[in-house]
Design a binder for this molecule. Structure first.
Ligand code: ASP
Length: 473
């Protein structure tokens, strides 16, 4: 007999079916044993009476989290026995046969209550148990639905999903990179991508025109705030577009997703307000303004776009000019003139050559005071790209070594292109009404980048180190 899931049970009243799952709780009322059986889709009450003989004897051993298979008759409950709290509250199963598929020790913490109050050290060590709790399971299902929706949306718009490498070379997006030693090439390293930026641009050079990917990105940063060393982006790129095209496309996707999947939430303003960086800084003193009426209301969705970011900024830590977004971002046509004979880093007098006034064809999308994505129209001409690298202080040799492949690609008919990446963890966190992205990632790392369940990072055997040409100091 094929196993029936609990959410399907309501279609089987009066029939005998087989269910599988975990013992969520057990109550004994005189001789009768009541089990709440749990599977991914819900809870079902099971009634076990001495009439089933040896199976009843077996049932006496059942404890929380035992895994069982139970065959029985689905019956309507007496009206006064109904439980309106669960979807199957009007029915129950009268058990006929029981099989214990596995036993369970007492769990290190209770999972039939919200696990939020339990320390993260324990929750992360036993993440597979934490994920059995209702809230965490629902968060993962919600995550799946958001990604599924967006994936389908972009597929319908004729985008194609393309995977890009994880073992690659550095891409300058401001963060430190994870490095991977090469065994075959002594003394050489791969790095893990901070984003698929260069590959997606090269896919445009390749003539693919509309690309997207649910992409894992890696940044080896000191763990400030709610960050993870690896996170997921919905990354996309298109050819022959301007800023408006990308903004309208993504806005359309977010509105349709929110209205379809979260009918109880309200999008505050449609179309989303657009502010220039200068306006936002003046009005809200922030480039991530929270435009909600009630800042504590998770059901208000206040999206807004920020545009016209500066192309460069001065990094106090590096004591030099850096790209505000990344160096592939196109300057505004009207500001190109300012790139000629630049005064470096920023001129006090302003005027011609004042790089602080160069604006970028870059945009960010903000939701409830959180940046949930950003992108830009890219440079697609070799000379302009080269000039930007020079302004950023890279030598001819550095440009060639790090970005020669991009400049070369731009020689062969690179189309104008642009794109954006949405930070899925943050977007999903806000939609789930959670305070941390760790609540919507199946296996997150701690604030100091450890995986307590697997025990990573970890030491590795000497032999493996040797093969990778590594000596630990
Ligand atoms: N690669 C950029 C980022 O990760 C996004 C983009 O420009 O499309 O922020």
């Amino acid at each position: 007999m094929l196993r029936t899931t609990i959410k399907e049970i309501l279609n089987h009243i009066g029939e005998e079916v087989e269910v599988c799952g975990w013992v969520n709780s057990r109550r004994d009322m005189g001789k009768i044993i009541f089990i709440d059986l749990r599977d991914r889709s819900g809870l079902l009450q099971i009634v076990i009476t001495p009439a089933i003989g040896k199976f009843y004897e077996l049932a006496k051993n059942l404890r929380s989290e035992f895994v069982v298979k139970i065959k029985g008759l689905i019956k309507e409950r007496a009206a006064k026995a109904a439980n309106p709290k669960i979807s199957t509250g009007k029915i129950e199963m009268e058990a006929k046969e029981i099989k214990i598929l596995n036993e369970s020790e007492t769990l290190p913490f209770e999972i039939d209550k919200d696990t939020k109050k339990i320390g993260e050290e324990v929750r992360f060590k036993y993440r597979y148990l934490d994920l059995r709790s209702e809230r965490m399971r629902d968060n993962l299902i919600l995550r799946h639905k958001v990604i599924e929706f967006l994936r389908n949306f972009f597929c319908e718009k004729d985008f194609i999903e393309i995977e890009t490498p994880v073992l690659t070379k550095g891409t300058p997006e401001g963060a430190r990179e994870f490095i991977v030693p090469s065994r075959l090439h002594d003394g050489k390293f791969y790095v893990l991508p901070q984003s698929p930026q260069q590959f997606k641009q090269l896919l445009m050079v390749a003539g693919l025109e509309k690309y997207f990917q649910v992409a894992r990105c890696f940044r080896d940063e000191d763990q400030r705030g709610d960050r993870q060393p690896e996170f997921t982006q919905l990354d996309l790129e298109m050819s022959f577009v301007n800023e408006d095209d990308i903004i309208s496309l993504v806005e359309g996707a977010l509105i349709k997703m929110a209205e379809t999947l979260f009918p109880n939430k309200k999008i505050l303003k449609k179309p989303f307000p657009r502010l220039t960086y200068a306006e936002a800084m003046e009005k809200y003193k922030s480039d991530k303004p929270d435009l909600r009426k009630n800042k504590d209301n998770h059901d208000e969705l206040a999206f807004c776009w920020l545009t016209d970011f500066p192309l460069f900024e001065y990094s106090e830590t590096e004591k030099k000019l850096v790209s505000a977004h990344h160096p592939f971002t196109k300057p505004k046509e009207e500001d190109l003139e300012l790139l000629n004979s630049p005064l470096s880093p920023f001129s006090k007098e302003g005027g011609k050559g004042d790089l602080s006034r160069v604006r970028a064809c870059a945009y960010d999308i903000v939701l409830n005071g959180c940046e949930i994505g950003g992108g830009s129209i890219r440079i697609h001409k070799k000379d302009l790209q080269n000039k930007i690298f020079e302004i950023l202080g890279l030598s001819k040799r550095e440009i060639q070594e790090r970005f020669g492949h991009m400049l070369e690609a731009f020689k062969y008919g690179a189309p104008p292109h642009g794109g954006i990446a949405l930070g899925l963890d943050r977007l999903i966190m806000l939609l789930a009404g959670e305070e941390s992205i760790r609540e919507v990632i199946a296996f997150p790392k701690t604030g100091d980048a450890r995986d307590l369940m697997m025990g990573s990072p970890s030491e590795i055997p000497e032999k493996q180190l040797k093969e990778a040409h590594i000596k630990v100091d």
